[in-house]
Design a protein around this ligand. Structure first.
Ligand code: URA
Ligand code: SF4
Length: 288
């Protein structure tokens, strides 16, 4: 797929197309039905040089959780993970673990208070040798139930971002989160993890990154970006975009969280610009 086709496909997938080519042609290229037209809007500011978007009927606004996910009501009883008397592993041990041991330790982890509310840990998914690593914030309600990152509406958008980049969930990309257990507030709604929770969980992601050794990391949203880059929590995502940062030697490109993009249409074309930067960075590193 050429860059132009990808951009067309991406904007289309996000409900902003058609751009230059006809919708039918885009669909043919993608060979699948668009799933994200719920994000269609009346007015869209596009900062990339594309034709004006076709106004579309706005779908009914879904009920949004803290992250914008439209999530089903929680069942009355949430199964709790049984307390496990696994030996606590210090960070130095984690840094030497292989995949199997790491998964096992994470699934039994009680290093922070999030262990108490989880249905299960959400370790991450994808090709263990993936060249692309996408890092989100932490599991939401859907992810906590299913044990897989980004399976709610934000995940559908992420899947569409993958398609537009020529990637596919589970194949050449790995998806992980900063924290592996779902953070909730007093009303059982999703919330961002605290600094302590991030610190407690970080050795696991650090080990995942070391094992994968990706060519490029894409940080999805503020929590992922600031935690990976160890920056001041007051830094807005908008300040981090457009620059290639580093985690050790690995380039990190920062973009908006997909759940935020579901609510903020005007930033979707900026997200495409971020993904273009990530793709350029990838090509340069793979060839250089
Ligand atoms: N949001 C995230 O940051 N991660 C998920 O896995 C799901 C929603
Ligand atoms: Fe352990 Fe991370 Fe879950 Fe906290 S969030 S209990 S550190 S796996």
């Amino acid at each position: 797929m050429s860059n132009q086709d990808r951009r067309t496909a991406f904007l289309h997938e996000m409900g902003l197309g058609p751009v230059w080519s006809q919708r039918a042609a885009v669909l043919q290229t993608l060979e699948h039905e668009p799933v994200l037209l719920m994000a269609s809007a009346e007015t869209v500011e596009i900062s990339v040089p594309v034709a004006a978007p076709v106004p579309q009927q706005r779908a009914a606004e879904p009920t949004l959780s803290a992250w914008g996910d439209e999530t089903p009501a929680a069942p009355a009883t949430v199964p709790m993970t049984a307390a496990v008397s696994a030996v606590v592993k210090p960070a130095s041990d984690v840094a030497n673990m292989g995949w199997e041991q790491l998964k096992e330790v994470v699934s039994n982890c009680t290093e922070c208070g999030l262990c108490k509310g989880r249905t299960q840990t959400v370790f991450g998914i994808g090709d263990q040798k993936a060249k692309w690593l996408f890092v989100g914030e932490g599991p939401g309600r859907n992810e906590d139930f299913q044990g897989e990152p980004f399976v709610g509406p934000a995940g559908k958008l992420l899947d569409n971002m993958f398609i537009s980049m020529g990637l596919k969930r589970g194949e050449n990309a790995y998806i992980a989160n900063i924290v592996k257990c779902r953070p909730t507030d007093a009303n059982k709604r999703d919330r961002p993890p605290t600094a302590e929770e991030v610190d407690a969980c970080m050795p696991y992601l650090q080990r995942q990154i070391a094992l994968i050794n990706p060519t490029v990391i894409v940080a999805l949203g503020k929590t992922a970006a600031l935690s990976l880059l160890k920056l001041d929590p007051a830094t807005p995502v908008s300040k981090l975009r457009g620059t290639v940062h580093r985690y050790d030697e690995i380039p990190v490109v920062v973009t908006y969280h997909p759940a935020y993009l579901l609510r903020s249409l005007k930033d979707k074309s900026k997200a495409w610009a971020d993904l273009c930067l990530a793709m350029q960075t990838y090509t340069a590193r793979e060839n250089g």
